[in-house]
Design a protein around this ligand. Structure first.
Ligand code: SPV
Ligand code: MG
Length: 671
């Protein structure tokens, strides 16, 4: 696409300002002239070549253009008869430059807001800027519209007409038709009319549609009054504030395109969503807030960056009171629909406007997002994310997984809630009970470490979320150090070891079975050895206090927790098999009197009425749902098996089964 700017004329109606240079060089705002503004926006919209017709003070104009140092190719064409002809003749003079592309045509004294041109360029047809809200001018251009097309342009038409401005986008074939007619006029020495007279002759062959800019600024500087009014409007436009929320951790061409459009509307203030908001609605951010902020801080389109601490825009909009909020139109549907409605409602309270641009979800962007997800599963990335999530959210949750398919369920389960919130699991718990049960074995450390690692491998291969490993007793100290190193290398984030020794049985048996608690000294030695074996700060060793399970009393539990923390452990898990959470809360509340920082983990299998919010209010940091996927799937499988046996066929079981299509969707084929 090329631009054609008509600058041959004298500007006699505004003589005081055009003594030393053509009208297009009149300054509008701080060194910005009518022409420099036009050129700036053209370049910004990807136009690389401009044809400028000159005449009056041509040399000044050419010099000025070069002095701007703009990255655009100029073709200057002088209409030497500029004082005797109209711009129809200037176009004719420039015709050889204008045959090989689509054309944007504008008069040299036209001042417009860039979003008008932006929208016109994007339209798939030829169009002219009109306003249906402005009053019909007495003397200036009007366009007559018939069945959605412009059929006449001129100053003399009033019937079925709207106010029009000399800003056009022409597809090449339409333009050539007009250019031919312009040439015919000029070759017949008709050079004193508007070029639009030639258009009117052939308008039935061209589909020129109106683009309605309504009340936006799009006006020629004809008189001093015009100039005053336009300068004021340009100043107001310069001071407009545009707000955009950003959750992204990479900047791709789609973001730049939308930022460019936003910058054409005013000063862009970007609200970067805090880490915890991003993690709660999208996926874990690959890079933290500060780095995401730096990405945007340095873009020329961005005026200022602020933090957006909620998914809701309310707080920032009320504080900044932007003239516009800009967003991709994809949020009209899906989880952000409610957030969008709230934005519209708040903007309405003070006359702000929401502007939505088409969202470009193309193949390339989908691939970029997939690559991001792949990165999240790299061991070094995955390992540290649990610690960061705890720091970010205060309290996180984890669900039991014991193979690839349960891993995928943990990975993909999402609940969309009010206010655009999405609830999903933060982490996965590789339970010894469920890993053993899946293999039909009792939970007595019978499934060996190699087999447990194989389970982790299967899960890791298809997921990205952080993993908490149930390390049972941790085994011999000499073995435990190897376990720590291996898990850390694999990208596991946390191991929890319980302070039992000898033949371990599941804690939910409590004191009903023979189980021995380790001595504080020996267990502390195990913790110290494990901590020493660690290579990173990301990996966490958590000591699980079994005193309440084994009915050794609260003070034993607290004494042990204190000793384990002193031995350097990274967190404490307190376990209970009571239905009521009282002993858990007593422990946590007392522990937190003296230790505010060590993360606390709970496994509410029996005390399952307590919500995560309540756990968090007591200072608990990790809530593990330790066996629910196993326990819910077994009865379903048993029931299905019985139905088949009863009926000697599978039909009766079919409605209990997931459709094959859904299974296929759950497990994507990676390319
Ligand atoms: C597990 O899930 O294996 C656990 C938690 O260790 S519990 O079963 O409650 O002991
Ligand atoms: Mg276990």
């Amino acid at each position: 696409m090329k631009a054609l700017i008509l600058n041959s004329g004298i500007g006699s109606r505004i003589e005081r300002f055009t003594q030393f240079h053509p009208k297009c060089m009149i300054e509008l705002y701080k060194d910005e002239t009518i022409l420099s503004r036009q050129l700036k926006w053209l370049i910004d919209m990807g136009i690389g070549e401009v044809v400028i017709t000159t005449g009056f003070l041509a040399e000044n104009l050419i010099k000025y253009c070069h002095s701007l140092g703009l990255p655009i190719k100029y073709n200057f064409v002088c209409n030497s008869k500029y004082n005797k002809t109209n711009y129809i003749y200037s176009i004719y003079c420039a015709r050889e430059y204008l045959k090989d592309d689509d054309i944007i045509l504008m008069h040299g004294d036209l001042v417009f807001e860039p979003q008008i041109l932006d929208a016109m360029i994007e339209l798939p047809y030829s169009c002219m800027a009109v306003s249906t809200t402005e009053e019909l001018p007495e003397k200036d251009f009007k366009a007559v519209i018939n069945k959605g097309n412009i059929v006449k342009i001129g100053t003399e038409f009033f019937e079925h007409a709207v106010s029009a401005q000399p800003l056009y986008k022409f597809l090449q074939k339409d333009w050539l038709a007009w250019l031919d007619k312009i040439s015919e006029y000029c070759e017949n020495s008709i050079t004193n009319c508007y070029a639009e007279a030639a258009f009117n002759d052939i308008s039935n062959c061209i589909k020129l549609k109106p683009y309605d800019f309504m009340n936006a600024l799009c006006k020629e500087v004809d008189t001093e009054d015009d100039l005053l009014e336009i300068c004021q409007k340009v100043k107001i436009a310069k001071e407009r504030v545009v707000y955009m929320g950003f959750a992204t951790d990479i900047i791709h061409s789609g973001h730049i395109a939308i930022l460019k459009k936003a910058a054409r509307l005013g000063k862009v203030i970007v609200g970067i969503l805090s880490d915890n908001v991003v993690a709660s609605y999208k996926r874990f951010p690959l890079i933290p807030y500060e780095e995401r902020k730096a990405l945007l801080d340095n873009l020329k389109e961005v005026y200022q960056v602020v933090e957006q601490k909620e998914l809701s825009y309310r707080e920032n909009i009320l504080e900044i009171r932007p003239d516009y909020v800009v967003h991709g139109d994809e949020w009209k549907e899906g989880t952000l629909k409610g957030i969008r409605a709230e934005v519209i409602e708040i903007l309405q309270t003070y006359g702000g406007k929401l502007i939505e641009f088409p969202y470009t979800e193309n193949e390339k962007l989908i691939k970029i997002e997939q690559r991001m997800l792949d990165e999240l599963s790299i061991p070094d990335f995955r390992r540290g994310r649990l610690k960061r999530a705890i720091e970010m959210k205060g309290c996180i949750n984890a669900i039991e997984v014991h193979n690839g398919i349960t891993g995928l369920i943990a990975e993909k389960s999402k609940i969309e809630a009010e206010g655009g919130k999405i609830y999903q699991f933060d982490a996965m718990w590789v339970s010894s009970l469920c890993d053993s049960t899946a293999k039909g074995k009792p939970d007595i450390e019978l499934v060996d470490t190699t087999s447990r690692f194989r389970t982790i491998d299967d899960i890791m291969e298809v997921t990205t979320k952080p993993i908490i490993f149930d390390g049972d007793t941790g085994g011999l100290i000499e073995h435990f150090v190897y376990t720590v190193k291996s898990l850390e290398r694999m990208g596991v984030s946390m191991i929890i070891i319980e302070d039992k020794i000898g033949l371990k049985k599941n804690s939910l048996f409590g004191a009903e079975v023979e189980q021995t608690q380790d001595s504080i000294e020996h267990f502390c030695a195990k913790i110290e050895a494990g901590e020493k074996a660690k290579r990173t700060n990301d990996f966490m060793i958590v000591a699980r206090v079994e005193s309440l399970i084994l009915e050794k009393g609260m003070s034993d539990a607290l004494t042990r927790a204190d000793a384990y923390v002193k031995a350097g452990v990274d967190g404490i898990m307190i376990h209970s098999r009571k239905k009521e959470p009282d002993e858990i809360f007593e422990f946590v509340d007392t522990f937190r009197l003296t230790d505010k920082v060590t993360p606390i983990v709970v496994v509410p299998t029996t005390f399952n009425t307590v919500t995560e919010e309540v756990f968090q209010s007591h200072g608990i940091n990790v809530v593990i749902y330790a066996n629910q996927l196993t326990r819910s799937s077994f009865p379903a499988m048993q029931h299905t098996a019985n139905l088949i046996l009863q009926n000697h066929r599978a039909k009766e079981a079919d409605e209990l089964c997931m459709p094959i299509k859904d299974i296929i969707n759950l497990i994507p084929i990676n390319e």
